[in-house]
Design a protein around this ligand. Structure first.
Ligand code: UT7
Length: 406
């Protein structure tokens, strides 16, 4: 099924991206670490995927806590305060709970009292779907400022004995603020596709209504992500370029007009295939999967925030956000960049991860969330990173972690 959002009519308000932010947990899981867990090698992982390391959330972190940090940074970058946000839309396939929504937890954690908050589930395409939803809210006059978050804690849903999946994924969060503007509309095009014949190519079998959680589903290992890698790869290479091109066309642009593609960070070979399919050099493709692996719905907004903060995007540039994932789904947004890139570091500096808390019920405590295979990795001291100094200010688990967040 393909949706065909119309470009904003002259009567509807124009939509501008005004804020961006990202958060990645401090602890790093390297290919060398994975070599000690499964029958794999750094050489295989780098040559087949391009991934060198990924981040792992600490015991006190959750999808909501990471999403709240990225969200607050995006709000600060936009020059807003949290209560100016009208709608919070959070894309994830790894929510803190089945209910309430993770967006509701984020709303409280960021100190917002006004917003409507809900989650979007479209797997790795989730952030683009959430972006499209936010854009429609604003164009329809239903909201002025919308916070769109992609946040994932995938390392708690991986089978660390399955070398075909556990090497791929990592944790993190990214966010943007979309705002209504009275200025003239800039080019924008959105495309989304859903192909349910791929429904069981990436899936997590148990825990839902078809197979509720039980000792048996746990024993069968059905609460972990399963994937048919080759089929997913074929879908990605078939779809990413066509979805991106459809969005570019809807914006009234051509592929050659695009200054930077910010694709879902799943596999460097997939990104290279897209560049080839679009007849564009790799310099037009933003890549950071070597440092984060695949962070699903968080991958595009983390990459966007880093691309802007690294000076790869300037006002007037045309960029494309494009993703694919379980469902099978795909989604792309083509747009003109209008914000001042210099604001990114301001947002990052305004929010310290250790100041953000997600409330727990007073009469409940979770069991240890850390997969046994990752206990050793998470127990060692954090090596301060050079590329993300703001995320590495908390070495290990803070002392207050057990009282507030888990
Ligand atoms: O967000 C969407 C998420 N999913 C994706 O993006 C996944 C898309 N797919 C892919 O990225 C690739 O298919 C993978 C990276 C998952 C796998 O790469 P591939 O080139 O398609 O490898 P393959 O599945 O065809 O496997 C080739 C060989 C197999 O051995 P045999 O049967 O040829 O003896 C696998 O058992 O590589 C083996 N293999 C590994 N070897 C070392 C699979 N995983 C590993 C591993 N280390 N980690």
């Amino acid at each position: 099924m393909s949706t065909h959002p119309m470009p904003p009519s002259p009567a509807s308000r124009s939509v501008r991206l005004t804020g961006w932010g990202r958060y990645a947990p401090a602890q790093v899981l390297t290919n060398a670490d994975l070599e000690r867990m499964v029958d794999t090698s750094d050489e295989w992982i780098v040559s087949r995927t391009g991934i060198r390391e990924r981040r792992v959330a600490a015991a006190h972190e959750t999808t909501a806590s990471m999403g709240a940090v990225a969200g607050l940074r995006a709000i600060a970058t936009a020059g807003l305060v949290p209560d100016e946000i009208d709608v919070i839309i959070l894309a994830t396939l790894t929510p803190d709970y089945w209910m309430p929504s993770t967006a509701a937890l984020v709303k409280e954690a960021i100190g917002n009292t006004r917003a409507t908050a809900f989650d979007v589930m479209a797997a790795c395409s989730g952030f683009v779907y959430a972006y499209a939803t936010a854009s429609a809210y604003i164009a329809a006059g239903m909201a002025r400022h919308v916070l769109v978050i992609g946040a994932e804690l995938l390392t708690r849903f991986l089978d660390y004995s399955d070398r075909s999946t556990c090497i791929l994924f990592g944790d993190g969060a990214g966010a943007v603020v979309l705002s209504a503007s009275d200025e003239a509309a800039t080019p924008v095009g959105i495309e989304m596709t859903t192909e349910p014949q791929g429904a069981y190519m990436i899936w997590l079998p148990a825990g839902g209504s078809k197979s509720p959680p039980s000792a048996e589903t746990i024993a069968r290992g059905e609460h972990k992500i399963r994937m048919e890698g080759r089929e997913t790869y074929r879908f990605a290479t078939r779809t990413l370029a066509s979805t991106a091109l459809a969005a570019v066309g809807r914006a009234g642009l051509h592929a050659g007009d695009i200054d930077l593609f910010i694709p879902h960070q799943a596999n460097i070979r997939i990104i290279e295939a897209v560049a080839k399919g679009l007849d564009l050099p790799m310099e037009r493709m933003y890549v950071n999967l070597d440092r984060y692996g695949n962070t699903s719905a968080a991958s595009v907004p983390i990459a966007l925030a880093e691309a802007v903060n690294e000076g790869r995007v300037k006002p007037g540039d045309h960029i494309v956000l494009v993703a694919f994932g379980a469902g099978f789904t795909s989604g792309a947004v083509a747009m003109e960049w209008t914000a001042d890139p210099a604001r990114g570091p301001i947002g990052d500096a305004a929010v310290r991860p250790e100041d953000v808390r997600v409330r727990l019920p007073v009469d409940w405590d979770s069991v240890d969330p850390i997969p046994p295979a990752l206990a050793e990795v998470l127990g060692r001291p954090v090596v301060p990173g050079v590329e993300l100094p703001l995320d590495d200010v908390v070495p290990g688990e803070p002392a207050h972690a057990h009282s507030s967040t888990r």
